[in-house]
Design a protein around this ligand. Structure first.
Ligand code: SF4
Length: 254
């Protein structure tokens, strides 16, 4: 079977994952309350940093549905799948909002690739983290500059390292960091997407629950961990790009 045929034959993520579980409405209510709180306490200074993944699409829908004064921003690392990038105009047309797109400096990316090659991330953990610092952390810092709070789609269930994620947090720079879906399950996310017909990345329908840059994301097999398709060649403990580490790290690009 070809890749295209396999993709066509795969069941949709909604069919695979969506499920109504006890307390769903209460979790939606609490998520909206957290978003309202962020907007009210930091007027005009809150941004949703969306990865355009399933959780973040839910958060964007909640923000738009409740007309909350929260900006929407994303990072175009220069290495995303076209299916991911296609969600940006879709969000803008569906919700009537502008999505801020923050990119790494082109000359810095070209220089990094010239020095280390297209596959730098596979050569060492140091180079992988340097790539993430260049393509993600620096543009994120620009997105957050002047903002007093940001919103993420982090959930406790996503990984062991995220098992303690609070609904409301403070990042290493002292900004408010709100994780309104912290206690949502994967079933909740897809039940919300199905119920509200929220657009989602078609790669989720191809067994990619967690989607990052194209070179660093693969489909997972039955029984594999949620984030097994991210940086799969690394130890579990290293599997963060630095966007959500608790301690501020200097951004260096060798
Ligand atoms: S996820 Fe991969 S391609 Fe994207 S910034 Fe990190 S190392 Fe680079």
């Amino acid at each position: 079977m070809s890749t295209t045929e396999a993709a066509a034959a795969a069941p949709s993520a909604i069919a695979l994952y969506a499920g109504r579980t006890e307390g769903f409405e209460a979790r939606v209510f609490a998520a909206v309350r957290a978003l309202h709180s962020a907007a009210a306490r930091h007027p005009g200074a809150v941004v949703q940093a969306t990865s355009l993944g399933a959780e973040d699409m839910v958060v964007t829908d909640l923000i738009a549905r409740h007309r909350l004064p929260i900006a929407i921003g994303t990072l175009d690392t220069g290495a995303l799948h076209p299916q991911t990038l296609a969600l940006i105009p879709l969000i803008e047309s569906r919700y009537g909002v502008e999505v801020e797109v923050h990119r790494p400096p082109a000359e810095a990316v070209v220089g990094f690739v010239q020095r280390h090659g297209d596959g730098a991330m596979f050569k060492s953990l140091e180079l992988r983290k340097a790539c993430c610092a260049l393509r993600k952390l620096e543009p994120l810092a620009r997105m957050l500059d002047g903002r007093r709070a940001w919103i993420t789609g982090l959930r406790r269930e996503q990984s062991l390292g995220r098992g303690e994620v609070p609904v409301e947090d403070v990042d290493a720079q002292g900004r408010g960091k709100f994780n309104p879906l912290a206690d949502w399950s994967w079933q909740d996310v897809w039940y919300y997407i199905a119920t509200h017909e929220v657009p989602h990345n078609p790669l989720h329908d191809q067994f990619m629950p967690s989607i990052g840059c194209a070179p660093c994301t693969r489909a997972i097999a039955v029984g594999e961990d949620f984030r097994a398709g991210r940086w799969w060649w690394e130890d579990e403990s290293a599997k963060e790009c630095g966007l959500h580490v608790a301690t501020a790290q200097p951004i260096e690009t060798p």
